[in-house]
Design a protein around this ligand. Structure first.
Ligand code: ARG
Length: 456
């Protein structure tokens, strides 16, 4: 395609290092869409004849059907998806095929194709995340009253509800969706027509191609258009943050599925057995989601570092933009689907959760708060008194609400029987009615708002 001034062909290793077709064949749909928009505009503007444009357009449709049924042929000599498609077009329609590349370059072509691909990827991820949020909402609603220990430092801290805990992940995924939505708005400008780097002298209509491809407008600087990969980085950064959330959720499942916790029974469909230990049921899917987060962050790092030293405009380094985005997208798609499936089908052992919530002195803060409220004790002093009550309960091997009133009065005379009402885990949870708190009434409100598509 570009061999006019070259006497000798490329070395075998040159052919191999240069070719991107093994991976950029994934852009075929976007490449054909971009070419269709381009050729229609060229005809509209009288830059190519309507007859040539019709032949090109029909040829591109034939190629679309071929790729659809047989896949894209990988020919390293043809380098990339743009050349593979153009050379097939030439086979199909003859020399008129050579007019398609008027007033464009592979530089604006690939920038356009890749944006279209990332835009589709964002739409796919957003749909997946919406489904995950739906699953979280359903399970949260089901368990809005189910008490479990809430942790800090992975130590029993205060009782919360499982519904509240699941809604925390709903909030994280909501931020992820908003990051992807943000990225989509920012990237939705069309680089086609920036040509190699400087624009073109042909009377093209960039607004027409932008509109035909669903972009909001054409990009405003031709140099930036062909060398900007922010959209890919935005995608990877949003994907990285999303994968961190999925990994944290996966980690909870891994901990909860362990025998000492026993908070969940993972569904058969998302567990594996051991080849030598018949009793085992391993949370492999969750572990792989946790592992994939590392790889996705690696993809983000790879492209970040690829881009960091590049002067304007296009450099071939930028061909390496695609593999990390494709890899991250595949891993993220699998992770979202696996976590959604797990959330939908996991069995929550709410009896175990309640048992542990009741055994960890998790209502100690409620005792301290009661002293502040009912006996006007300064919080720091109340904290001290409560510490003595916890020590007494620990020594007696009982829960706080099983300490006899005599013992409590010995610790502080201002304590009376009314205290017992706040020492149960249900009372503790029900009392946390501040905005965003774990009280079932609050969590129900958040769920209703989420279902109505409102902000918290
Ligand atoms: N395969 C190339 C890429 O993905 C297309 C652009 C080639 N442009 C060039 N000037 N060699 O980046």
């Amino acid at each position: 395609m570009w061999g006019g001034r070259f006497a000798a062909g490329p070395a075998a290793v040159m052919r191999e290092i240069n070719a991107s077709i093994p991976f950029d064949k994934r852009l075929w749909k976007q490449d054909i869409a971009g070419s269709q928009a381009h050729v229609a505009m060229l005809a509209q503007q009288g830059i190519v004849s309507q007859a040539d444009a019709d032949a090109i357009s029909a040829g591109l449709e034939t190629i679309r059907a071929e790729y659809e049924s047989d896949g894209v042929p990988v020919d390293l000599d043809l380098e990339d998806i743009h050349m593979v498609t153009e050379s097939r077009l030439a086979q199909l329609i003859g020399p008129a095929a050579g007019r398609l590349h008027t007033a464009r370059s592979r530089n604006d072509q690939v920038a356009t194709d890749f944006r279209l691909w990332v835009r589709d990827a964002i739409d796919e991820v957003s749909a997946g995340l919406a489904a995950l949020q739906g699953a979280l909402l359903d399970r949260a609603e089901e368990h809005v009253e189910a008490v479990m220990p809430g942790f800090t430092h992975l130590q029993s801290a205060q009782p919360v509800t499982l519904g509240h805990h699941l809604m925390a992940y709903h909030a994280m995924i909501g931020r992820d969706r908003s990051r992807f939505a943000d990225a989509r708005v920012r990237m939705n400008e069309c680089p086609l027509g920036a040509a190699a780097l400087a624009g073109t002298g042909f009377p093209i209509d960039r607004h027409a191609t932008a509109a035909a491809l669903g972009f909001d407008r054409p990009t405003g600087n031709s140099l930036d258009s062909v060398s900007d990969r922010d959209f890919a980085l935005d995608y990877l950064m949003a994907a990285t943050q999303c994968s961190l959330h999925l990994s944290r959720l996966a980690e909870e499942f891994i901990i909860w599925a362990s025998q000492p916790f026993g908070f969940v029974k993972l569904p058969d469909a998302y567990s594996t057995g051991s080849s030598i230990m018949p009793q085992k049921r391993n949370p492999d899917a969750a572990e792989l989601v946790r592992g994939h987060a590392g790889r996705i962050a690696g993809c983000m790092t790879a492209l970040t570092i690829t881009m960091k030293g590049l002067p304007l405009a296009y450099s071939k380094d930028m061909q390496d933009d695609k593999p990390p985005v494709f890899e991250a997208h595949d891993l993220l798609g699998l992770s979202i689907a696996a976590m959604t499936g797990m959330i939908e089908t996991v069995t929550f052992r709410t009896d175990r959760m309640r048992g542990l919530a009741e055994s960890g002195f998790a209502t100690a803060t409620d005792l301290a708060d009661w002293l502040v409220r009912e006996a006007n004790v300064p919080f720091r002093e109340a904290h001290h008194i409560t510490g003595r009550a916890v020590a007494a309960a620990e020594a007696a091997g009982v829960a706080l609400d099983q300490l006899p009133i005599a013992t409590l009065k010995q610790i502080d005379t201002r304590i009376d029987e009314r205290l017992y009402a706040v020492l149960t885990v249900d009372a503790s949870v029900a009392s946390r009615t501040s905005h965003g708190g774990t009280a079932p009434a609050q969590v129900r409100m958040r769920i209703a708002q989420a279902r109505a598509g409102e902000e918290a």
